[in-house]
Design a protein around this ligand. Structure first.
Ligand code: ADP
Ligand code: MG
Ligand code: MG
Length: 250
């Protein structure tokens, strides 16, 4: 059981190659972190794996537990068990958080099968309690007027409810404040299991103070240029990415 990315090349619609041969294997049960300077292709990698439009895969493969993900559309990938968090979905006016998540779960059930409403709310409230979310939150429209921290909480709640096999989290360049980091970490740590894999994308090392990764990778210019254990993140925090320049000029 693993998410396997093999020699993945992807380009923008204008032909600019962004991913230049990325290979990465995330076995279920493991947390992998990708770090790297701005513009190295980290977000692009997560979007290409999740199936976002605007990128063309020119070669390589991505498989989830042996299934070809690249053959699937974005919804199919989501049903197959891929979840990309921190995409900041647009506001959905008039649709409450509770109904939004409920509809997403309902859509995954076989034709004619109704989601058990009592069980749904029980599970929703359990997770909201863990994330220290106010019950009033369920009635508010998706992301409408949410603060940054509320959006993060909401995405983690969605992730916990959808129960994906592989979770991709992209901290994005704006980063998270310390409270948001802790919430994200709490949600992720509660979901860690031998059946589930995580890919954490982070520009800074901070998130990894709260979520201990099994492996750390450095991405630069569209490739994974270094891989190591958790100590690699600490080394990068201390020394930055200067080794990349040395490698280029050497
Ligand atoms: P990172 O997440 O590591 O900061 P990104 O994946 O966001 O890097 O971006 C990698 C490079 O690709 C950057 O130069 C960025 O400007 C470019 N890029 C990514 N997506 C697009 C897009 N949709 N349109 C134009 N340029 C893009
Ligand atoms: Mg960027
Ligand atoms: Mg990014």
């Amino acid at each position: 059981m693993s998410l396997v990315i093999t020699d993945l090349h992807a380009q923008l619609e204008d032909g600019t190659e962004i991913l230049k041969g990325v290979s990465l294997e995330i076995p279920a049960g493991e947390v992998h972190a990708i770090m790297g300077p701005n513009g190295s292709g980290k977000s692009t990698l997560s979007k290409v794996v999740a199936g976002h439009e605007g990128y063309e895969v020119t070669s390589g493969s991505v498989t989830l537990d042996g299934e070809d993900l690249l053959e699937m559309g974005i919804d199919e990938r989501s049903r197959a068990g891929v979840f990309l968090a921190f995409q900041y979905p647009a506001e959905v006016p008039g649709v409450s958080n509770a109904n939004f998540i409920r509809a997403a779960l309902q859509a995954r059930l076989p034709e004619g099968q109704e989601l058990d409403a009592v069980g749904y709310y029980k599970s929703l409230y359990e997770k909201m309690d863990l994330l220290e979310m106010d019950r009033k939150f369920t009635g508010r429209s998706v992301n409408e007027g949410f603060s940054g921290g509320e959006k993060k909480r909401n995405e983690i709640l969605q992730m916990m409810m959808l129960d994906p096999k592989y979770c991709l989290l992209d901290e994005t360049d704006s980063g998270l404040d310390i409270d948001a980091l802790k919430i994200v970490a709490k949600g992720v740590n509660s979901m860690r299991s031998p059946e589930r894999g995580f890919l954490l994308i982070t520009h800074y090392q901070r998130l990894l103070n709260y979520i201990a990764p099994d492996h750390v990778h450095v991405m630069a210019e569209g490739r994974i240029v270094r891989s190591g254990g958790p100590e690699l993140a600490l080394e990068l925090e201390e020394n930055g990415y200067d080794f990349l320049k040395e490698a280029v000029t050497a």
